[in-house]
Design a protein around this ligand. Sequence first.
Ligand code: TRP
Length: 475
Amino acid sequence: MENSKGQWSSNFGFLMAAIGSAVGLGNIWGFPYKMGANGGGAFLLIYVILVVFVGFAVMLGELAIGRRTGKGAVGAYRALSRKLTWVGYMGVGSAFLILGFYSVLGGMVMRYMLGFLVNLFGGDGFGAEGFFGSWIANMPGMVGFYALFMLLNITIVMGGISGGIEKFSRIAMPALAVMLVTVIVYVACQPGAMEGYKFMFVPDFSVFDSLKSFFSVLKAAAGQMFFSLSLGMGAMITYGSYLSKSEDLNRNAIIIPVADTIVAIMAGMAVMPACSAFGMDYGQGPGLLFNTLQTVFMDGMGGFIGNLMGFLFYTLVFIAAITSSISLLEVNTAYIIDRKLEKGKKANRRSITAIMGAVIFIVGLPTALDGLGTNVAGGALINNPAITFGLPSVGATADWLDFYDMIAEGILMPLGSLAMSIIIGWVFGSRMIKEEATCSGHVYKGEKFYNICFRYIVPVIMVIVLYAQIQTFFG
Ligand code: TRP
């Protein structure tokens, strides 16, 4: 048992884990404000079209590659062809880099959760006003919660596929749904909530007026979709590799993106009206989750109910974050396990997971130490990459988090995904996908549709994503 690769114990358990991977900070934090900033309902329309024409196909492709080869990202591409191993490395590399800063953010979420819990019991969970600003300069605090979040990741992943990841997800994901609905309903009852819905949903079709603005919305939506669906980093390949041959791949590849999109919209329906009801600015980017919303719950709603809603909200964000980060850790763990097994050695999941987690923790440490770019001047321990290396100051060098994100999401992820779509659409043909989709008597619905997606639509969108990412980080 120690070294074995494991399998999901049920399709429901797999779905909870995979939806758990997809539903993360990207949904609750990124989606609402990107939607608001990019034409509201118009963004949503483009997003949904992209999910249908790109998300479904790439999801199916990743799950199929994983299940067919029974391996994590690197092993899976190597099994397809030795010449393709590098595509797998790109995925594992980006998961490696992202897990570090994702866990720094996860640690912060835990701190907020704890703060509201302390408030609930009549304590002072946040201290003076402007908690956010002082917290990011609190180095022992930032590193401590980062370490705690990473330790939780390691503990869950050590438990294996069905005994760790699945067991946790099948309890945590339904709990997340209940908490999210509770917050949405409470927020809906606040006067002034309507403004928030309008900000989100009223389509600003003027974004279709010029090619330039259409393109910029398309870019934002496409990047968001890939990240939100956990695509392009080998996560779904890895999760697919633990799925029994008897499950319906075709159907799963639709359920996951649909659920992810629904949760993203629901998150927006919690966050945006909460801001509008209490007169807060929602177009704040990173500040939205850690600054604006804390003020909304603690001072806007206030009192017992405000602290309760705050606690529920940050707890659900915590669940969203950790069910995503364990998939990133599993990508790395699976890579090492595969390698050991291929060499005919024993693979001990527990020690591999612990070592991988520790190495990622160390590499990710700078993202917890530069005060998210406020630098030594702002009370942090180290400076951002621009100052440290004397580089020009652009988005990607403004803080370590964006620096790592630029390498991962800006370069490795879109290049890897572009390669994947070409491999499936043009090299291996769709035969492999078909064999996987139909392997235990299931019907492969939409085969023609998927073939067109893989051949033409996905590669074109990937080129756009790549271009857009480079522009965002270096522009
Ligand atoms: N999908 C997650 C989110 O929305 C992030 C994430 C987890 C991810 N695992 C991934 C993104 C793998 C890309 C690939 O926050």
